[in-house]
Structures are given as C-alpha cells and as structure tokens.
Design a protein around this ligand. Structure first.
Ligand code: PLP
Length: 402
C-alpha cells in the first residue's frame, strides 16, 4: 500500500512502502525542519489522489490545456532505415515541449488545494522551470525558479520564457553553478518558507513523497500508450533517464509484464571511461543525494561528483530511487549513450521522420539505432520526452566546429 497511513490509496501492494522506500532505496533524508512538511505533503497528496474531483481536474487540464493524449506515432521511415518497428510516444507535442508539464500541473493543483501561495522550483536546462512558471501563471501562484549561473548562460531562451511567464529566476553561484546546486538552493528556500510555499521538484528524485508523487503524475504517459497500442504487443520500451521521470512514467504500467523489456538510457557524456558522464546507475554507487538513498556519482569519500552530458536534462549526478530498485531487481536494464551518439540520434530522427527531438530524448533514439541488429523484427516503443528547439544553439555550434 502506498504511504501514508490515510489508507485512501487502497490495499494493492505498491511501491513505495509507508516510509517511502523502494526496497533499500528512497526514504526521507531531510533537514529536521522539513520532516513534518514532507509527511504533511505525503498525506495531502494521498488525500488528493484519492479524490475523484482532484484527479478529474488534473486529467481535464492535461487534456484541454496541455494537449493530451499525445500521439503514438508509428515511425515507419525510421523503422525502414534501421530494420526495427519503432513507435514514438510524442511527449514533444505536449504544451511547453516536454513531459515535464504533466508533473508541474499536478503539483501546482496540489499547492492550490493546500492553500499555498508560492511555488519554487530548481531547473537545469530550464524545461522544468518553464513548466513550473507555466503552471504558476495558469493557477495564479507566485513563482521563483533557482537556476545555476552556468545554466542561465547556456539556456537563454528558456530564461526569457520563464520571465515572460512572470517567474523570478534566481541565479545560483555556489558549487559548479549547475542543477545540483540549484536543488540545494531551492531546498534552503523551502526550509524558510514551507508554510506558504510548495517546492515542485522536477523529477522522480528527492525525499519521499516526491519520487512517488511525480511518478503518479507522469504515469499518464505509459497508461495512454497502453490504450493507444490497442492490444498490439511491444517487445522493448525505451526512455532516456536523467532523474528518471519520463522513463518511470512510461515504464510504470509495463513493469513486470511478461515479454516486455524496459531499457533506460543514461548519458555516457564523453564516454564512461573518461569519468565525464551522467551514468548514475551504470557507473555510480548507492549513497544519499538530495534526500533519498539511490545510485549516484560520488568519490571514495562520498563527495558528489559533477555529472556531464551534452543534454542539460541528463546532466545530474543521481537518479530516482525507483530506478535504483528497478536496476537491482532486473525490472529494467540501464545502458548509456555518448554525446556524439546522441547528436547522431537527433540527426537520424530529424531526417527520417521530420521530428527534431530534444538531446535527452535523442539518447533513446540513438540506443535503438545502435542496437538495431539485436532489435531486428521487434517492436520498440520509445518515449520521445521532448522537442529539440531548445537545443538548436548547441547543435548548430557543433556544425561550426567540423
Ligand atoms: C528534463 C528532461 C529529461 C530528463 O528528466 P527525467 O526526469 O529523466 O525525465 C528528459 N527529456 C527532456 C525533454 C527533458 O526536458
């Protein structure tokens, strides 16, 4: 049964347990001052998620405001080119250009329901910041987004979008001035303001109840896919993994199904052997990061290492605890794709299907293309988590260098 003890989520055996653990992962490792707020949030979410009015409002907004259901598109031209039947779940067509809006809308509605007046968020590429600023504008809540100074430079377009939507963007200069530091800063804000403020974490990471709550808001991706398949069997389901929210949202209804293999694609960056990558499962080890026990990149002393990926959304030194559990139990398999391979994935999908994917999503495409021989005659479902507009500067900069 899902936590907390309200019992409204029914008696079906589900992850996480009452303590927010996925096997030995997850949990709630947070400052003392936040613990009551996190338990309260778990209770509030369980209550809302058991209320058909709330769930109905969430799904209505996903439909009328964000454009769900997103299409399931048979990528026939790509399929022909690589000799594998490929289906694309088109999260790139969701409002604001990625799956992140599902979660932002869900959490903003919850914040409204619990009388919060202010939303805060961390963002790396700015996609989650834009999704949160959008949900804040729609629901009429104040919005502050913490963003590493380095990311602010790299992602000028999304910074402008957030400002346009009425959000305040606060530059974070501590540490490496990227995503992990922005999370720390947002946590610090929340400790001070928890009475009035809801912190919208952008992935299935952080302390309980976030990994659970974000998965619940994102599982619409997989559930829609199952309906859209209309009984057609799939052999392999593939998604890129940063924190892991688009992947867990897609995997959720397929997990444990006979004959379906789940594959999460992490960022191999410059190559695993160079140490400059974002493969928390593939090349990390268990530790505690941002409030949860999970696989993470750390040195022998337990210091968090910098992640590296060409795609800001995969540039994170940890992963959601449910993925750690999936990896250990074999419910899913985790592989990795380098920056260069991901760029080839962008090119391949753009050329064959007329769809420019986000660099994150291109990791999933690239893995399928790379393993096409092994996947021959199989049906592969790829979660195309977002569109590539935000990455055009990065992509064209690479052209200029060759
Ligand atoms: C943020 C982002 C990701 C990575 O986040 P997950 O929580 O792993 O899904 C992947 N794709 C896109 C397009 C993103 O914006």
């Amino acid at each position: 049964m899902n936590p907390p003890a309200s019992g409204r989520t029914g008696s079906r055996l589900e992850r996480p347990d009452q303590q927010g653990r996925f096997g030995e992962y997850g949990g709630m490792f947070a400052p003392e001052t936040l613990m009551p707020a996190l338990w309260q949030l778990a209770d509030d979410f369980a209550e809302a998620w058991g209320d058909s009015g709330f769930v109905g409002r969430f799904h209505e907004l996903l439909e009328k405001y964000t454009g769900r259901p997103t299409p399931l598109h048979a990528a026939d031209h790509l399929s022909e080119e690589i000799g594998t039947r490929v289906l694309l779940k088109r999260e790139d067509l969701a409002h604001t250009g990625a799956h992140k809006i599902n979660n932002a809308i869900g959490q903003a509605l919850l914040a409204k329901r619990t009388d919060k007046t202010r939303l805060i968020a961390e963002t790396g590429a700015g996609q989650h910041g834009v999704a949160t600023a959008t949900a804040a504008a729609y629901t009429g809540l104040e919005c502050v987004v913490y963003m590493g100074e380095k990311d602010i430079e790299r992602q000028a377009l999304n910074v402008s979008r957030m400002k346009m939507l009425g959000a305040e963007v606060v530059p974070v200069t501590s540490g490496a001035a990227t995503l992990k530091d922005a999370v720390n800063e947002a946590m610090r804000d929340w400790v001070r303001t928890v009475e009035t403020t809801h912190y919208i974490i952008g992935s299935v990471v952080g302390p309980h109840p976030f990994p659970w709550m974000v998965r619940e808001f994102q599982k619409v991706i997989g559930e829609e896919s199952v309906r859209q398949l209309q009984g057609e069997p799939v052999d392999v389901v593939v998604a890129c993994v940063g924190g892991g929210s688009n992947a867990i949202g897609m995997f959720y209804p397929f997990a444990g199904r006979e004959g379906v293999e789940l594959v999460g694609v992490e960022a191999a960056g410059h190559g695993i052997e160079t140490g400059r990558h974002g493969a928390s499962i593939g090349a990390g080890s268990p530790g505690i990061l941002h409030g949860a026990r999970t696989y993470m990149l750390q040195d022998a002393e337990g210091q968090v290492l910098e992640a590296h990926s060409i795609s800001a959304g995969l540039d994170y030194p940890g992963v959601g605890p449910e993925h750690a559990y999936f990896a250990d139990t074999g419910l899913a398999r985790y592989v990795s794709i380098t920056d260069d391979e991901a760029l080839e994935g962008v090119d391949l999908l753009s050329r064959t299907e007329g769809v420019i994917p986000a660099l994150e999503s291109a990791h999933a495409v690239a893995w399928v293309a790379k393993e096409a021989d092994l996947l021959r005659d199989k049906t592969v479902l790829i979660n195309l988590s977002g569109r590539g507009d935000k990455d055009m500067d990065m992509i064209t900069a690479r052209w200029d260098r060759v």
